[in-house]
Design a protein. Structure first.
Length: 276
């Protein structure tokens, strides 16, 4: 049985196994944090080019987060020391920014989470440095389609299994692997909260979606098999078979009639190639 709890302004921002249901003030907080996340990802478009280092991109994220009135939620989180994650080519997620420079044709996911007035705007987007091979471009396109098909299922009365099923069906139609080891999550005034949003599933199973639920959908899709391998740094996950991986992420809230995407691009820069 799934437990739900209604949140008020006086409710403590602590992680819980119960799924939190937020009111309009929560939606307002998430809109502000989500907007900043989306603006940061928009602003990165002209900077993701061959030759730029992931550390330089991290510096941009940090400056924009602070200038926008937020703080990077990742800095200091379980010992993490950076403002974003930069996951290149065969890296599935949680790639650490540093001295590595992007090469022509690299695909990279940049994941940001500005915290604004206590609310977390968690989002990631794929970028292509220069011109990538067609198989890489197609992986990126299909991964974005998976995200949006999952979001289409995010509506009151539905179930989390509906979201996972829509993502899994589309990815596997293209013979891609859906990563099971990482998933989306609840969020709000807590960075990672209940529920877990798995990107595979069976329709009409899992917790029921109710108005006021906030969570991320963030499918990680591999060209090859779904298996992962963790690097010695304890953060970076790579494809076990060394094939390319892609990911997109939005933070959303369930409304009375469907869902609201808090992290939608203000400039319409949803999926590369970007015109901005």
């Amino acid at each position: 049985m799934t437990d739900y709890m209604t949140m008020t302004a006086e409710s403590p921002p602590t992680r819980s196994t119960a799924i939190k249901l937020y009111d309009e003030s929560g939606f307002a907080g998430m809109r502000k944090a989500g907007r900043l996340a989306a603006e940061i990802l928009d602003a990165l478009v002209p900077h993701v080019v061959p030759g730029v280092s992931t550390g330089e991109l991290d510096d941009i994220v940090r400056r924009m987060t602070i200038d926008g009135g937020g703080v990077p939620a990742t800095m200091g989180y379980r010992g993490y020391e950076h403002s974003c994650c930069t996951s290149i080519n065969t890296v599935i997620c949680h790639g650490i920014p540093g001295d590595r420079r992007l090469a022509e044709g690299d695909i990279v996911n940049i994941d940001v989470t500005p915290m604004v007035d206590g609310w977390h705007g968690d989002s990631s987007r794929m970028y292509i440095a220069g011109e990538a091979p067609i198989k890489a471009r197609r992986l990126v396109e299909v991964t974005y389609e998976c995200l949006m098909l999952g979001i289409e299922q995010a509506k009151p009365g539905g179930h989390l299994g509906d979201i996972g099923y829509a993502i899994q069906r589309h990815a596997e139609k293209h013979r891609y692997g859906v990563v099971r080891d990482f998933c989306g999550h609840g969020l709000g005034r807590v960075f990672h909260d209940s529920p877990e949003v798995v990107h595979v599933g069976i329709p009409c199973t899992g917790p029921e979606l109710k108005p006021g639920m906030f969570f991320t959908i963030e499918p990680m899709i591999n060209i090859g098999k779904a298996g992962i391998r963790m690097l010695e740094d304890g953060w970076t996950a790579v494809t076990r078979d060394r094939t390319l991986s892609a990911q997109f992420e939005h933070s959303i809230g369930i409304t009375e009639t469907g869902c609201e995407i808090f992290t939608i691009s203000p400039k319409g820069l949803h999926c590369p190639p970007y015109a901005g």
